[in-house]
Design a protein around this ligand. Structure first.
Ligand SMILES: [Ca+2]
Ligand SMILES: [Ca+2]
Ligand SMILES: [Ca+2]
Length: 138
């Protein structure tokens, strides 16, 4: 079996700045799409591809106003074969001028390629949208 998937990180939306000072969240973190296989001889999984879709450190956060989406639209095409897995990992945090960086949320999900839907017609993909919510703190 062979499948080609396209993973797109559309945006990070500031639904509510909550009690963070000012009306901006200072966003940092990263999102990655990975391809794995299982090596039966080594009895361990092997990372075949790692693609970073977005990354920002706490020293260089993205400012996102309350009610605004930060548009990213970065994507990667990943081709995979029988017995392989597609994985998406993300974490988003929020920086303050003082104190620790606040974790807003993490996301991690893995699909066997059999679980990725086939195109209805050749060349026409099917999409599955994932929304993930985190919570900002002071
Ligand atoms: Ca702020
Ligand atoms: Ca902040
Ligand atoms: Ca904060």
């Amino acid at each position: 079996m062979y499948k080609k998937a396209r993973v797109t990180l559309h945006n990070i939306f500031n639904d509510n700045t909550v009690d963070d000072p000012g009306d901006l969240l200072e966003i940092c973190g990263s999102w990655d799409a990975n391809r794995f296989s299982w090596d039966a001889d080594l009895v361990e999984e092997v990372l075949l591809e790692n693609h970073n879709l977005w990354s920002r450190t706490g020293d260089d956060p993205k400012f996102v106003t309350d009610g605004d989406a930060f548009i990213i639209e970065s994507f990667v095409g990943i081709e995979s074969f029988d017995g392989e897995f597609l994985e998406i990992n993300g974490h988003v945090s929020e920086r303050d001028d003082f104190g620790e960086i606040d974790a807003i949320g993490t996301f991690s999900k893995r699909w066997n390629i059999n679980e990725i839907p086939n195109a209805r017609r050749p060349g026409r993909g099917r999409s599955r949208r994932i929304r993930h919510r985190g919570r900002a703190g002071l």
